[in-house]
Design a protein around this ligand. Structure first.
Ligand SMILES: Nc1ncnc2c1ncn2[C@@H]1O[C@H](COP(=O)(O)OP(=O)(O)O)[C@@H](O)[C@H]1O
Ligand SMILES: [Mg+2]
Length: 294
């Protein structure tokens, strides 16, 4: 839902959650909105608007492209959608429960989209029992919110849990977003990184060695703005700290990898090790540079 709001070019996104998402997950955005037809169609399978011609398949830069997220959600929850495009006088209000359209009417509403997902798995009690405890589920939501927020510091983002404000992140540079999320004391520990090779571009911040922590959880790799966990890249980065941090501690990092798309075919035909070799190259210069000087 957050990714959809980003795809819709929102400048401000609010996430409201009740009971760790079990009774409500609501995303309010000020993005492009949907036409009446699109509002109805977005709950159909393969409703994606992203693939219009064959070349688009090779050029997908937006967040997801399976066109099934909303259909899947609508099948297992009570969903309410309010949406309006700037060019329309009235918006559309839709209620759908377990894939059944309950109501659709014109409504006066702000530009953008509000999607409310209520009572997740209301019709699949067996699945509901698989949900973890409230603190665990909320942790997942908060983690995901911060990952999206790190990848999009140009979007104002706000998170509420049971009407309590958990985070309010103003628009700013990446360094400001990091500080808004993790606290003011992070300002001094950030070392900027930037490196470019013919295959990829790396940009972001790494933490100073003395601030490395015993616990994991503040390591963020993004590939084309999508959060990824990548053991190999993580080890390559930690190795670059060499003797600078104790073996059992983890440096902070927020790094964005941009794969150069036209290089992808050549990457995929390379043997696996070559790929690793190519990918490990950027680490050496960009990780050592900040600490090389006394
Ligand atoms: N917040 C939103 N603002 C505008 N359009 C949206 C929003 N959320 C969903 N849509 C529309 O609904 C479609 C289906 O969404 P989804 O099921 O997530 O598939 P996908 O994002 O992969 O296309 C999107 O392609 C988009 O056209
Ligand atoms: Mg989507």
């Amino acid at each position: 839902m957050l990714e959809n709001a980003i795809d819709a070019q929102s400048r401000r996104i609010v996430l409201r959650v009740k009971e760790s998402g079990k009774t409500l997950v609501q995303v309010i955005d000020d993005g492009l909105g949907m036409s009446e037809t699109d509002a109805r169609m977005c709950f159909e399978r393969h409703a994606t608007s992203k693939i219009q011609k064959a070349e688009d398949l090779f050029n997908i830069r937006t967040m997801g492209f399976r066109g099934e997220a909303l259909a899947s959600i609508a099948a297992v929850a009570q969903v309410e959608l309010k949406t309006k495009r700037a060019e329309d006088a009235l918006g559309t209000h839709i209620i759908i429960e377990g894939s059944q359209l309950k109501s659709q009417q014109a409504v006066a509403t702000l530009n953008g989209t509000t999607l409310s997902v209520k009572n997740l798995f209301f019709n699949v009690p067996a699945r509901r029992n698989f949900l973890k405890s409230n603190p665990v589920e909320m942790r997942h939501i908060v983690d995901e919110f911060y990952r999206v927020a790190l990848a999009h510091p140009d979007i104002e983002m706000q998170l509420f849990h049971n009407d309590l404000e958990i985070a309010h992140l103003p628009v700013g540079k990446l360094s400001q977003r990091i500080v808004s999320i993790f606290g003011k004391h992070y300002r001094k520990q950030l070392a900027p990184c930037q490196e470019e090779t013919p295959l990829l571009r790396v940009k972001g911040y790494i933490g100073k060695p003395e601030n490395a922590k015993k616990t994991r959880g503040e390591q963020f790799f993004f590939v084309n703005t999508r959060f990824v966990k990548h053991a190999y890249l993580h080890h390559a980065l930690v190795n670059a700290y060499e003797q600078l941090i104790p073996a059992d501690s983890h440096p902070f990092y927020v790094l964005f990898w941009k794969l150069i798309l036209h290089a992808l075919t050549s990457i995929s035909t390379l043997p696996k090790q070559r790929l690793n070799l190519t990918m490990s190259e950027p680490f050496t210069p960009f990780c050592r540079r900040p600490y090389a000087k006394p």
